[in-house]
Design a protein around this ligand. Structure first.
Ligand code: PMP
Length: 416
């Protein structure tokens, strides 16, 4: 499979070699790298992308959920072009940001006040810093397999992690997390959790686990932060809205910027109001591009004109159906292959039993490579680690195409 991949992609290979001379590994995002070289993408339209050798793919990577609107939505393009024509680095509050902030506060029940930044990573760093300042405490609890940004990454050892004292607990282990939170007591500033592990393999949190975190943090006065950078797409009010939970702070990102660089953090008014510069004890919050007009325009147009609550429900129902079909294809062959997830986000695993945390899945690298190359050869662009996401332009026949390629791949590789 790898040989076929190399032979089919001479331009990507050449571009990668040249890029590697100036960027370590040939690229500036670790997640996009794979051996022997990643495909260079030249352009996208609707839910399709073309690589530098002109192969077309259905895009199921969907920029790790940020590409919800697809590559050429006319509403997004129109909003960006309109903003462009009014000047792009205005250096003052602009005409768009308050409306966008209001739309977000309207939409996400736990978000009473919000502030913008440039990425999900920044949003989490600000939320955690705010939690530490608000409580006057230092420690943070996060979960094994959690991903909150390149400097808040807990799937393995990461010497670059932000220098917060972070204790790790097991995902979906209510008792373990409750005991840890209680033991840290008055030293614990915050618990940060993805209500479904995204990068960690689209593993949903059990409701009882999230409820236990809510109860345990309330007891000790630690703040509960939901990282909804990925999961806010899963329901009209985000996953916390769907589950009826009220975290103290919520972080947002990805598609909410309309496909442009974006992050935001918000939540309880009494905490967020500490950022009010009119206060004598105000917390500072800086960022040259926090309110950049292109993101504000694309994000506002996307949320209010395209990804309405009704559209969110429909898209996620389609995702649920797709996941069932993929699982049925694996079950038919009696293979220990599972697709976990919720709504429009899912991930392919090799696992015989229930998948409740990342440790429950085993995917040997050789097999992961094969599946990935097989699907690429069939015109299906998914994330190397098995993640599959839906975007709005996808038609039923695009989804059928993935199911067929998936079933064929399993059939071909069933003996492995
Ligand atoms: N939190 C989660 C749950 C994410 O999935 C990501 C990105 N994959 C981030 C935070 C970081 O967002 P960004 O890449 O915009 O910094």
């Amino acid at each position: 499979a790898e040989e076929r991949f190399v032979a089919a992609n001479p331009t990507s290979r050449r571009l990668h070699a040249r890029a590697a001379e100036v960027m370590p590994g040939g690229n500036t995002r670790t997640v996009l790298f794979y051996d022997p070289f990643p495909l260079t993408l030249a352009r996208g339209e609707g839910c399709y992308v073309w690589d530098a050798d002109e192969h077309a793919y259905t895009d199921f990577l969907v920029e790790y959920t940020a590409g919800l609107y697809g590559h050429s939505n006319p509403v997004i393009q129109g909003a960006v072009e309109a903003a462009l024509s009014e000047g792009i680095v205005l250096g003052g509050p602009n005409l768009l940001e308050a409306g966008f902030a209001a739309a977000l506060c309207d939409r996400f029940p736990a978000v009473e006040r919000i502030r913008f930044c440039n990425s999900g990573t920044e949003a989490n760093l600000f939320a955690l810093s705010a939690a530490r300042a608000a409580t006057g405490r230092q420690k943070v609890v996060a979960f094994k397999g959690g991903y909150h940004g390149g400097v808040l990454y807990f799937a393995g050892p990461n010497p670059l992690n932000a220098p917060f004292p972070i204790e790790l607990a097991d995902y979906n282990d209510s008792e373990g997390a409750t005991a840890l939170i209680a033991a840290l007591g008055g030293d614990l500033a915050a618990v940060i959790v993805e209500p479904m592990l995204g990068s960690g393999g689209c593993i949903p949190a059990e409701l009882e686990f999230l409820q236990a975190l809510r109860v345990a943090t309330e007891k000790t006065g630690a703040l509960l932060i939901f990282d909804e950078v990925m999961t806010s797409r899963l329901a009209p009010g985000g996953l916390h809205g769907a589950l009826g939970l009220t975290p103290d702070l919520v972080t947002l990102g990805k598609y909410l910027g309309g496909g442009l660089t974006f992050g935001a953090f918000g939540g309880r008014a009494d905490i967020m109001d500490r950022f009010d510069p009119r206060r004598a004890d105000a917390w500072p919050h800086a960022g040259t591009f926090n309110n950049n007009v292109l993101t504000m325009a694309a994000g506002l147009a996307g949320l209010t004109q395209i990804y309405t609550p009704k559209t969110a429900v429909t898209l996620n129902k389609r995702g649920d159906k797709l996941r069932l079909r993929l699982n049925a294809a694996a079950a038919k062959l009696g293979l220990p292959v599972q697709v976990t997830g919720r709504g429009s986000m899912m991930c392919l695993h090799v696992a015989g039993g229930p998948v409740r945390r990342p440790g429950d899945v085993t995917m040997p690298k050789a097999l992961r490579d094969l599946l990935h190359f097989d699907l690429l050869a069939a015109g299906q662009y998914i994330a190397r680690r098995g993640m599959i996401n839906l975007s709005l332009p996808m038609t039923d026949s695009d989804l059928d195409g993935l199911v067929e390629a998936f079933a064929e791949m399993l059939e071909t590789r069933r003996s492995l």
